[in-house]
Design a binder for this molecule. Structure first.
Ligand code: NAG
Ligand code: NAG
Ligand code: NAG
Length: 335
């Protein structure tokens, strides 16, 4: 169940990363466990965009930078703010876990509460939003708080009743005036630290791949090896974009080497293949000044076939000529 919940959590996390309007984001993914497991009671993973930058747990009670040994502790502002914020989250998430456990009569087993909290910042350094979202035992979405500089949204969830207005007002003040400034300040520090990774621009490579499938051909447009993950990939037929509902794929996936890939596929029937169409795959990405494209033309096989048959006929003539000459010579020598 633990694996499943982590998986679901990461799923919802990636959805949010996609939906964000900000150009950079800092998220804390916190997990609180009640019950016997090999993990610490409370753990936090800190992500800058898609890169893990830090870690905190209830055993160490200290913020640890990623890529460093726990022994090489750095006691700077970020580490202090981290220890403060995650200490606060630990207390509140723990309290809520026990409230939920009692309210739902969960006397046995392992209970997992997860919280995803973080902020987004625009390119110009202005804060864009802050949000916190809870999940209990991976199935119930619980409380949600969201503030985007103009609107504050609060959803108490259905698990625990009775969250009064005063508490809401207090949370709004806390989010606007304490957590958001800390989050943005911390993000700026991390951006400086990790600029070689999160600010890098790696252009995509593009391929148009044809694969035979029953009933025709699958034409796939593949972009790979790019960073950051935002990309616009369009498949055009005779210069017109193919409608998204005709396409399969379309999800940006990590390649495992810190870059991303995206594939969009179209099924083309054997009938359609006979017609002459120009298929073009075009990509635009932050790393590119101009669009990148590759093309392929269907219905061009006939030309290939006729060229091939001309070659075959020529070959046949040469062979026949050879035989003819040879037979003639033998006759000559025989006479
Ligand atoms: C929990 O147990 C109490 C007493 O046994 C009962 O009144 C209550 O309805 C139960 N709550 C749930 C959510 O099942
Ligand atoms: C903030 O959220 C509200 C409600 O969801 C929306 O109407 C508004 O356009 C958002 N503002 C910004 C700046 O995104
Ligand atoms: C993708 O297209 C949208 C809409 O045209 C545009 O706003 C965005 O900047 C493009 N993204 C990239 C990476 O080119």
């Amino acid at each position: 169940m633990d694996k499943l919940s982590v998986f679901l959590f990461v799923l919802s996390f990636s959805t949010i990363v996609n939906a964000g309007s900000g150009s950079h984001s800092l998220w804390a993914l916190a997990t609180h466990i009640i019950g016997e497991t090999p993990f610490p009671e409370f753990t936090v993973v800190v992500m800058l965009d898609d890169v893990q930058v830090g870690y905190y747990d209830s055993n160490m009670k200290e913020f640890i930078y990623s890529g460093l040994n726990p022994t090489d502790k750095i006691h700077d502002d970020v580490a202090q703010d981290g220890a403060y914020v995650f200490g606060t989250i630990y207390q509140s998430i723990k309290e809520r876990s026990f409230q939920l456990k009692h309210h739902l009569n969960l006397t046995r087993g392992v209970q997992v509460q997860q919280r995803m909290a973080g902020c987004e910042m625009l390119d110009n350094g202005e804060p864009a939003m802050i949000m916190s979202k809870n999940t209990f035992n991976a199935i119930y979405t619980d409380r949600m708080l969201y503030y985007n500089m103009t609107h504050f949204t609060y959803d108490a969830g259905k698990l625990l009743p009775g969250w009064d207005g005063i508490r809401q007002a207090y949370l709004r003040t806390l989010f606007e005036n304490v957590y958001l400034p800390i989050c943005i300040k911390t993000m700026k520090t991390f951006l400086k630290r990790e600029k070689n990774i999160v600010m890098r621009k790696v252009p995509p490579r593009l391929r148009l791949i044809n694969k035979e499938v029953s009933g025709g051909l699958q034409v796939s447009c593949l972009a790979f090896g790019f960073y950051p993950r935002h990309i616009n990939l369009t498949l055009l037929r005779d210069g017109q974009p193919v409608a998204e509902q005709e396409l399969t794929g379309g999800e940006v996936l990590p390649s495992g080497d810190g870059t991303y890939q995206l594939r969009k596929s179209l099924e083309v029937s054997t009938e359609e293949l006979k017609k002459r169409h120009d298929y073009t795959c075009t990509a635009s990405h932050l790393s590119l000044d101009n669009k990148l494209d590759v093309s392929w033309e269907s219905g061009a096989e006939k030309v290939h076939l006729s060229t091939l048959s001309v070659l075959l006929v020529m070959l046949l003539i040469v062979i026949l000529l050879g035989i003819f000459i040879c037979v003639k010579r033998r006759r000559c020598t025989a006479s």
